[in-house]
Design a protein around this ligand. Structure first.
Ligand code: NAD
Ligand code: GLY
Length: 365
């Protein structure tokens, strides 16, 4: 396997700091990176039935060749399996394998696998090390970095979880070549998010390189994933446990989550719903005087040009209001909305009059 040298950045969290490695065809670097991270000679790879057949044997092979004993667990694919029952299954497997505190876990897959494996690692024996090998664009630019781990509860998404940082993250953009188009575009929505609220120059870059990004050009993907992770690292370093500014990463998610909930998580991917939510967020931002209508239109244009939908599905105002009120981001009757300040900045805006917001978004009575 080729191990093309890539680049590396650090998430600076004192004693829990860790590197994120970027490259093309770099799965072969895993044993060296594990040694550098002080990880021992025993790894359990957890993946799913879609990603496993594509990449698991390559990961097993390089680790075994590097002197690391491995065992692998293939879980069923899908958000519907992201619950405590699957965590129990991972822990049962670890016990069957005689795993101990030095055993480390490898999360090989998208955000669902990363969140579950991270959570299992957080609670097994009160915490064992894990590494993230994200294989979706969303996981490479967002979920694999920052230590949020967890599972869903029947009452809502990600209601059970822990902060547990990985020992390192390996972003191999070559794995994105097998990702279905809808999943890729959903990840692109999260990429846009970073440009809209954190870095206007990066937004310019995305606009200028839209064709290469949509064509999954490897060099462009290296730049893109790295910049997103730099921005995410900067946010996590300032506010690891989301007590303040980490909420910026929820830009577009208030209405995005409402759309996902109203369609029972079946009609849209998370990123597709976030894209609609971001277009709505630009309208609210323009309403509060945070951005111009021209800037809001610039965001809408790139979303539509990439093949993502910009219009919220036609549920009633009551349905949207109820979905928003259920959101776990509601605190004491107020919702903190993330608005974009121009392109590349943000403001956290407490809002109590949800109806006024729904009016601005064109969601009628
Ligand atoms: P996912 O993990 O379900 O992956 C999407 C689909 O792509 C799945 O069918 C998967 O098997 C498949 N897949 C993954 N990699 C592939 C590849 N290289 N080739 C072919 N198929 C591949 O979805 P996702 O969008 O990666 O993650 C969504 C999850 O991430 C949600 O559960 C969400 O709550 C969570 N999330 C967590 C954070 C965080 O900070 N922890 C942030 C954002 C989202
Ligand atoms: N994607 C949200 C966060 O990591 O905070």
């Amino acid at each position: 396997m080729d191990t093309t040298a890539g680049s590396v950045i650090t998430v600076g969290l004192g004693g829990r700091s860790y590197p994120i490695h970027f490259g093309v065809d770099i799965l072969g670097n895993l044993p060296r990176l594990a040694r550098e991270a002080g990880l021992g000679g025993r790894a359990v790879i957890v993946t799913n039935e879609t990603v496993g057949p594509l990449y698991c044997s390559a990961v097993v092979e390089v680790l075994e060749q590097g002197g690391i004993r491995t065992a692998s667990l293939l879980l069923p694919d899908g958000e519907e399996h992201k619950h405590l029952g699957t965590i129990q299954r991972i822990i049962d497997f670890l016990l069957e394998q005689g795993a101990d505190r030095r055993t480390w876990l490898v999360a090989l897959g998208g955000g669902v696998i990363g969140d579950m494996v991270g959570f299992a690692a957080a609670v097994f024996l009160r915490g064992v090390p894990f590494v993230q090998v994200p294989t979706t664009l969303l996981a490479q630019v967002d979920s694999s970095v920052g230590g949020k781990t967890g599972v869903n509860h029947p009452s809502g998404k990600n209601l059970i979880g822990a902060f547990h940082q990985p020992r390192f993250v390996l972003v191999d953009v070559a794995t994105l070549m097998t990702l279905p188009e809808r999943e890729y575009l959903g990840g692109f929505a999260e990429v846009l998010k970073y440009g809209i609220v954190l870095d206007g120059t990066f937004f310019d870059y995305i606009e200028e390189h839209q064709r290469q990004i949509l064509d999954r050009d490897r060099e462009t993907l290296l730049q893109l994933t790295r910049r997103c992770c730099e921005l995410k690292a900067m946010v996590v370093e300032r506010d690891e446990r989301e007590e303040g500014m980490r909420a910026v990463l929820n830009y577009g998610h208030t209405l995005g989550h409402a759309v996902e909930a109203l369609t029972a998580y079946r009609s849209y991917t998370h990123g597709e719903a976030v894209a609609m939510g971001m277009v709505a967020a630009t309208r609210v931002s323009a309403h509060f005087g945070c951005c111009s209508t021209a800037e809001a239109e610039r965001v809408r244009r790139i979303i539509v040009a990439s093949g993502l939908a910009d219009r919220l599905p036609p549920f009633s105002r009551d349905e949207y209001r109820r979905a928003i009120l259920k959101d776990k981001k509601m605190k004491e009757g107020a919702l903190t909305l993330v608005l974009n300040e121009g392109i590349g900045g943000f403001r956290l805006q407490p809002v109590t009059d949800i109806d006024a917001i729904l009016d601005v978004c064109g969601i009628g009575g």
